[in-house]
Each structure stands twice: as C-alpha cells, then as structure tokens.
Design a binder for this molecule. Structure first.
Ligand code: E4P
Length: 220
C-alpha cells in the first residue's frame, strides 16, 4: 500500500518524503487554510516540486462548467497535479469531461460504493472514501473501503482507492489488509505507524546488553 500525506504543510511533507515512504500528497481547502494566508497556486506548485508522485488539489466550484474550467487551469500547474472533484452529480459529469482530456481526477468525498461506481465509470484515476467521517456518524468506514476494493478488483478497473479521512494507525492497518492501493494519512498518524513499545524496549535491551559485554571485555 502506498502512503500519501494528507496535509498542505511543507515541513511535514519534506519530512515524509525525506523518510523515503511518502510518494503522494492530498490537500483540501480546509488543510490549505490551516497554513494561513497563502498563494494557493504557489503552495501547490511547491508541494508538487517536493513530492515524487501525485498531489491532489481540490476545485472550489460546484457546477460542471466552473469545475471543469478550474480543473483545466489546475492541471497546468505541475505534471504531477491531480484534480479533486467532489462526488456529486455535477462532479460525475465534470470527471467524465476531464478524463477524456487525460486530466487525472481524484473523485473525493465518497461515502458509498454507488458513488464510487459512478466515479470510476466516469474515468476517475482515484476515488477517495472518507473513513473517519463515516465512523463519526456511526457507520462502518472501513467496510465501505473493503466493498470498493472488492468491486474494483472484480471488474478489473484501473481506478485506485485512496483510503482517506484516516484518524489512527488502526485505520491504516485495516486499509492495508483490505488491499487499498493508497492510504492518505495525517502527519501525526504517519509518526504513530512506526511506534511500538516492544520495539523501544527491544532497542534499549540490545543496547544495554551490548554495553555490558563491552564493559566485561574491558575488565579482562
Ligand atoms: C482526503 O483527501 C481528505 O483531504 C481528508 O482525508 C479528509 O479528512 P478529514 O475527515 O480528517 O478532514
């Protein structure tokens, strides 16, 4: 499973890419707004220059014409930019238009398999089910991811699943077990993924044992 970072924070993106594990980034208007008053285009271009793979950037329009116009503009910003289009009826139509022009679409804000069926049929490169937000309202976010993976596999469709709205390492683990192509994770979750108290204790014990052996050899 590929790991993308779900952030617009340059420092965090540099760290994740520097670790050698982050190959893409997803942003959204809320994440960009957390970075303060920024030049949207410049920020996205800076991110695209750091990240080796796809960088998803959302359109703000809601009707087909505005979404398509914005997407065509965004697509010119960098070679690795991907346009996020919401899973509305207008979004389906916009995705179909853009896919025919070879503009990569991340069909976002997906909460059901039916939305994904339409997004994939329209030619979306990625679909993003929002796991945490489904869990928040008492639904089974990971269950939806599982259905989507099974559906895309069954029909051998090229669309890739990005498990999104990830809240904790358990979501990543389940996404990996289910066969999601990608998990887009907040920076804090990326750091949590590697942690285990037994690893820390093991490293400490090896170090102590080694120091003891060395100390004994010095006495001889
Ligand atoms: C994904 O593309 C979205 O940016 C993101 O995962 C949304 O997550 P949230 O529900 O934590 O806002």
């Amino acid at each position: 499973m590929k790991i993308f970072l779900d952030t617009a924070n340059i420092e965090h993106i540099r760290h994740g890419v520097g670790l050698g594990v982050v190959t893409g980034v997803t942003t959204n208007p809320s994440l960009v707004s957390r970075e303060g008053k920024v030049d949207y285009r410049k920020l996205v271009q800076e991110i695209c220059a750091i990240v080796p793979g796809p960088v998803s950037t959302e359109v703000l329009g809601q009707d087909v014409k505005t979404m398509v116009t914005q997407a065509r503009e965004i697509a010119k910003w960098a070679d690795n930019v991907v346009v996020k289009i919401p899973a509305s009826l207008e979004g389906v139509e916009a995705t179909a238009v853009l896919a025919k022009e070879n503009i990569k679409v991340n069909f976002t804000l997906c909460f059901t398999l039916n939305q994904v069926v339409l997004g994939a049929a329209a030619g979306a490169t990625f679909v993003s089910p929002f796991v945490g937000r489904l869990d928040d309202i008492g639904e089974d976010g990971m269950g939806v991811v599982s259905d989507i993976v099974e559906y895309l596999d069954y029909y051998k469709l090229p669309t890739q699943v990005i498990a999104a709205s990830i809240r904790h390492p358990q979501h990543c683990l389940m996404a990996a077990k289910m066969g999601a192509h990608i998990a887009t994770v907040p920076y804090e979750v990326l750091l949590q993924m590697i942690r285990h108290p037994l690893t820390d204790r093991g490293i400490e014990r090896f170090r102590d044992d080694w120091k003891n052996v060395m100390a004994r050899e010095e006495l001889l």
